[in-house]
Design a protein around this ligand. Structure first.
Ligand code: HEM
Ligand code: HEM
Length: 199
């Protein structure tokens, strides 16, 4: 992973603002690509399923649900590929951040990964137990690895709805924290994930 030196400017207009110099690691290209691709895929999964309520015909709705399933499975595969073999990403070398913030960032990081895996699993469980096809972008059909089970299907979709809301909340907190670092602390945390960011 590339390393670089970051000199953080004092907050605007404050004579007493601390001048800090910190060394940061920057996420490598693969991590950045995976991160922003995940954001796009997750956003698309929400957008597609929410637009389902505007579907006029059953066929339209079936297409939207199938696209939603495909996007969700892609998120699952990407998340495994994202960290498979790469090990946990060092949440960067940040001597200026208080331990509590590093712990909060770590916790959010693990929670996000857990949600990115659990949510598609619940969606797949629901669909397969319902006896529905998972037709990946209308090209490959996933095998039904379990039989029909109405109770399991209902439990899975209820959990899927709860996790969908939880994910929205965690992502909102995560994005807000990133923006806080970028706009208020101006400490380079956001730059570590921005494409082409230089220090
Ligand atoms: C990151 C991945 C995913 C996210 C963020 C996500 C999100 C959502 C959301 C927000 C809903 C609407 C819930 C509601 O009505 O309140 C939903 C419904 C649903 N999801 Fe997912 N989902 C994901 C992955 C999957 C996967 C992988 C599958 C199946 C292979 C799946 C199958 C479904 C199905 C069948 C519904 C119900 C559609 C309907 O009949 O209205 N989802 N999902
Ligand atoms: C506007 C939206 C977003 C912004 C501004 C953003 C920004 C960032 C930044 C700056 C980091 C680096 C944090 C650090 O090193 O401490 C990061 C890491 C991460 N983000 Fe996001 N993010 C956004 C959306 C998302 C979404 C939608 C997901 C997934 C649902 C996500 C998942 C992650 C994960 C898992 C990491 C940890 C990467 C690692 O170190 O292993 N982010 N994000």
């Amino acid at each position: 992973m590339a390393r670089c030196v970051n000199t953080i400017a004092a907050s605007r207009g404050s004579a007493t603002a601390p001048q800090t110099t910190a060394k940061f690691e920057r996420y490598d290209g693969v991590m950045k690509a995976m991160h922003w691709a995940t954001l796009l895929l997750v956003a698309a999964a929400y957008a597609v399923i929410w637009s389902n309520s505007a579907a006029v015909t059953k066929e339209q709705s079936a297409v939207l649900v199938q696209v939603h399933r495909s996007l969700g499975v892609t998120v699952f595969v990407l998340t495994i590929a994202w960290h498979g073999g790469r090990g946990p990403s060092c949440l960067t070398f940040r001597p200026t951040l208080p331990a509590i913030q590093i712990m909060a960032a770590r916790a959010t990081q693990y929670l996000l990964y857990a949600l990115l895996l659990v949510q598609p699993i619940l969606g797949m469980l629901h669909s397969i137990a319902l006896g529905a096809r998972i037709d990946l972008f209308f090209v490959i059909e996933l095998p039904a690895i379990i039989g029909r089970d109405q109770v399991l299907s209902k439990i899975a979709i209820s959990a899927h709805e709860i996790v969908a809301n939880l994910m929205l909340f965690v992502v909102a907190v995560h994005a807000a924290a990133a923006l806080f670092h970028h706009l208020v602390r101006r400490d380079g945390v956001m730059n570590a994930m921005l494409p082409g960011a230089r220090f």
